[in-house]
Ligand binder design. Structure first.
Ligand code: ATP
Length: 136
């Protein structure tokens, strides 16, 4: 095995995850960021998206909605605005949030904050993608 590194995810609600993992792909604002053990030190901004990581050969997913990652000394620390494990996502809630955001975007009412609705739609779609059983 090529080794492991510490993957730590923190959200405003506290520690989400801290474990030794083999590989992670994060949704960077400029594209996906793949991190393996002994990665060079780095700080990068993260987008709303699905985090894919491998622990003991098992692939897992987390939904995050923006934040930062810092990599140093064989540790990757993600500070996320929100973070949910695929298994803990409430699919019905995400479907309802998606429908609300889509309705706002379609209605284009003068008092609608379009950016806010777009971000809400992206969070909902990300959560649905993470909750999806497929490990793409
Ligand atoms: P909603 O309109 O359903 O609240 P939202 O995108 O506005 O969705 P956020 O502000 O991103 O929600 O998140 C608020 C809190 O609720 C965070 O702690 C987040 O992890 C959690 N959360 C939001 N949606 C879900 C979901 N579908 N399943 C599980 N946790 C969720």
């Amino acid at each position: 095995m090529a080794g492991t590194f510490t993957f730590h995810v923190v959200s405003p609600e506290g520690n989400v995850l801290k474990e030794e993992i083999e590989f992670v792909v994060l949704p960077g604002v400029d594209g996906d960021l793949g991190i393996l053990p002994n990665h060079a030190p780095m700080i990068a901004a993260l987008d709303t998206g699905v985090v894919h990581y491998t622990v003991n050969g098992n692939k897992k997913k987390l939904a995050i909605s923006g934040g930062f990652v810092e990599v140093s000394e064989n540790k990757a620390t993600v500070l996320a605005d929100t973070a949910e494990f695929a298994e803990s996502i409430d699919v019905q809630r995400a479907l309802e949030a998606k429908a609300r955001a889509e309705k706002r975007l379609l209605q284009k009412a003068h008092d609608t904050d379009m950016k806010r609705a777009e971000y809400a739609l992206r969070r909902a779609i990300t959560r649905l993608n993470a909750a999806d059983g497929k490990n793409d």
